[in-house]
Design a protein around this ligand. Sequence first.
Ligand code: UD1
Length: 351
Amino acid sequence: MSGKVLVTGGTGYIGSHTVVELQKSGFETIIIDNLSNSDIRVVDLITRISGKRPAFEMADLCDIEAVKRIFDTYGDIEGVIHFAAFKAVGESVEQPFRYYQNNLTGLINLMQCMLEQSKANMVFSSSCTVYGQPDQLPVTEKATVKKAESPYGNTKQISEEIIGDTAGKSHMRAISLRYFNPIGAHESGLLGELPTGVPDNLVPYITQTAIGKRAKLTVFGNDYNTPDGTCIRDYIHVSDLAAAHVVALQRLLEGENEKKHEIFNLGTGKGYSVLEAIRAFEKASGVVFNWEFSGRRPGDVEKVWADTTLANLKLGWKAQKGLEEMMSTAWQWEKNMDAGILGNENNKPDM
Ligand code: UD1
């Protein structure tokens, strides 16, 4: 395939891996990012992997004039993959308005610009958080969307509704992808997750503890109704996830979508407990690190994993990489950051 694809949040964790996959498939990529939670040097790292430099526009989606200018500058954009959003669950509880303002204004501005073009094809970054604790596992796309546990989760639910309603009454075609738990890093060791400050998510916390940046990992809760008492999640390699975005976009560009707004789960279909994740990391890295149990983290669901049948059948996509490969790539990335791949400020301890 060819043509221009706009990737909002393209210097972020999932966005950067998706830019590489788009380039591999022949697309010309334009990144829009305000660098609020990412690093400009990611553009160089993408270029090192693919040999192709993506166009980069530093802009905030909340600034509609800036977004309009970008659409005018590049013209003829085949599709948009929209990642740019705030994503810290706890922070969203503390600062709800900031989350609603950023995530929803950004989406609406972007959609306004898209609707002014002849082609309006959008792949949206959604989350399994919309299911809350599902009544049945594995969870299918038909499961009830539960009341969101956090403003962050609510922005994903509202965004899906805005996209669905708008696509239904315009020339927009859209696919929302509900991610389970993306982890791991690019096989080259040049791209990965770059948490600022203390990580919220499990795997960056594990790798930072294993490398000595954190004293110990806290495992939140050992009294859940699961075989070992810890929560179960469906971890998926970020490169598998990135590849799914490209096939979703291709589906829209080829007009193969069966509805104006389609929704797919992206997971592996397998659930692993926190303790299983720790063991997989230790096996993959050969490093044993400190951890201890504490109480449950408010808002955590007990167990969730995906039914991926729909994505397998309709997108012709299936996650390929297993948990140990996810962990070994995450570990390689942590070691590369520690060795200064992004410069020295990233390996200073900030406990
Ligand atoms: C959360 C959100 C998800 C969001 C993702 C990215 C929910 C239900 N899920 O996923 O929508 O896309 O963050 O920010 O809101 N854990 C520990 N110790 C830690 C960190 C995590 O034990 O230091 C445990 C958690 O309790 C959980 C598992 O590890 O059982 C995974 O946690 P995490 O990586 O934070 O992801 P989620 O909470 O599943």
